[in-house]
Design a protein around this ligand. Structure first.
Ligand SMILES: [Zn+2]
Length: 219
């Protein structure tokens, strides 16, 4: 679904990824393993009208449902991928994911990319603001592009409302609450989660987000 002339939501089974076609073409996250045919079809369609070149892939965090098609995308579009340094060891296979995520990793066996780096000075050449938003994972990062905020798994949405992530998948609820607090003060028009529909950032949504933050702070 096109959200603007430059930003597109690509719906996959199990979550959304987003494609920005501005001065540079940037993919945010890559979805759960097994979705590469669908993702590449959508990606190739859009990119063929935008210079056919993917410039970079930015990952919100290391979870399998966000890095799952990275290798397949890079086989067709050899763009460098970037992730927060705290999440890099999990995404690059040098550390196992903790807790229940270890089981998800064992079952889904995501391929590991060799074209993946920690955020670095190179990332500053993209029109994307990186905002550390730890909590779901230690290195969870959200990205702002103009009036769009890509929130990864800071919260999800259902029936037009933000709702909390499931507790079992969160690394640290206090950190989640603090990170959500950052969003409350941000001046953006669109909130784009990985799970659920993108939302226009109205006052009602802001109030709901405050409730989500309180739930993280107290659970
Ligand atoms: Zn997720």
């Amino acid at each position: 679904m096109k959200l603007s002339d430059e930003v597109m939501e690509i719906k996959l089974a199990g979550g959304n990824v987003y494609l920005i076609c501005g001065k540079k073409n940037i993919l945010i996250d890559t979805g759960i393993p097994g979705q590469s045919a669908r993702l590449l079809r959508e990606l190739n369609n859009v990119l063929s009208a935008n210079g056919n070149h993917l410039d970079a892939i930015f990952l919100t965090h290391h979870d399998v449902d966000h890095v799952g098609n990275l290798v397949s995308v890079q086989q067709t579009h050899p763009a460098r991928a970037y992730i927060h340094p705290e999440d890099l060891p999990f995404a690059s296979g040098s550390k196992h994911r903790p807790g229940v995520k270890r089981l998800v990793e064992l079952v889904l066996r995501p391929n590991v990319s060799t074209n993946l780096s920690a955020f670095c000075a190179d990332c500053d050449s993209y029109d994307l603001i990186r905002i550390a938003a730890p909590g779901h994972t230690p290195g969870h990062t959200i990205f702002q592009y103009r009036d769009f905020l890509f929130v990864g798994d800071l919260f999800k949405t259902k029936n037009g409302k933000p709702i909390p992530m499931g507790r079992a998948m969160d690394w640290n609820d206090r950190e989640m609450a603090k990170s959500l607090g950052l969003v409350l003060s941000m001046d953006v028009r669109w909130l784009c989660p990985a799970h659920g529909e993108p939302l226009l950032y109205t006052k009602t949504v802001q109030d709901e987000l405050e409730r989500v933050g309180n739930e993280y702070a107290t659970r």
